[in-house]
Write a protein that binds this ligand. Structure first.
Ligand code: PXP
Length: 245
């Protein structure tokens, strides 16, 4: 089976927020992403509300037909929103105000006690919980201990690696996926994936869902969002067929 594709539409909201306008609407974007074959819609509700707004997540919850994945940090007010919204999935990410995008994985080991409390609350509402982490054994083990259902492996280092280092970074993601799966964790991956680098990641058997945003929205400027999503889905289908799964 091909990997599921979660389309991150934060950058549609970024374009709206730069003008403090009403367009483009991420809710409309979600409809086109679904028409293109998206299996899920991913949004990051940041504490500073730099792109996605509360109004967006509530409207998305009501309108989308696929799965809603809410990325968030464990700030108490954002946790409150998540508990009221009840997305299908929450992906807990680290968040720094000054960063351009999520920079590294979550330090689950260091935040274990706080994470356990938040994960319990979310799971009590039947929300699947994923932790966005680097491809490190100790963080995977800690994710299981924290009570997460899933991990999302941060693919940013792979995406940014110099040519000679790509295989090494890929190897770490393969190993991490196998290890997480052996612990009974579902495995997702994302960050920095694009039409040129997604293929080897899409061939990793243990990975279920890829969350991809920037490259799809960037292509959509020229092709339209439905087509940009469909192009990515076709790549995932091709990767699946050629790996003989
Ligand atoms: N997954 C997570 C947890 C993220 O924080 C992001 C970026 O918002 C993505 C996936 C998508 O990354 P990109 O926009 O680079 O495709």
């Amino acid at each position: 089976m091909r990997k599921r594709l979660g389309v991150n539409i934060d950058h549609i909201a970024t374009l709206r927020q730069v003008r403090q306008a009403e367009i483009p609407d991420p809710v409309q974007a979600a409809v086109f992403a679904e028409l293109g074959g998206a299996d899920g819609i991913t949004v990051h509700l940041r504490e500073d509300r730099r792109h996605i707004q509360d109004r967006d997540v509530y409207l998305l919850r009501k309108t989308i037909k696929s799965a809603l994945n809410l990325e968030m940090a464990i700030h108490p007010k954002i946790v409150e929103v998540a508990l009221g919204l009840v997305p299908d999935e929450v992906c807990i990410v680290p968040e720094k105000r000054e960063e351009i995008t999520t920079e590294g994985g979550l330090d689950v080991l260091r935040n274990l006690a706080d994470l356990k409390i938040v994960i319990q609350k979310l799971r009590a509402k039947n929300i699947q919980v994923s932790l966005f982490i680097d491809a490190l054994k100790e963080q995977i083990k800690a994710s299981q201990e924290a009570g997460a259902d899933k991990i999302e492996i941060h693919t940013g280092r792979y995406a940014l690696a110099e040519k000679g280092a790509v295989q090494n970074e890929l190897g770490k993601i393969v190993e991490a996926s196998k290890y997480a799966s052996s612990l009974g964790l579902c495995v997702n991956a994302g960050h920095g994936l694009n039409y040129a680098n997604v293929y080897p990641i899409a061939k990793i058997q243990e990975i279920e869902t890829l969350n991809i945003g920037h490259s799809i929205v960037a292509r959509a400027v020229f092709t339209g969002l439905e087509r940009a999503v469909r192009d990515m889905v076709l790549l995932l289908e091709h990767a699946d067929k050629s790996s003989g799964n």
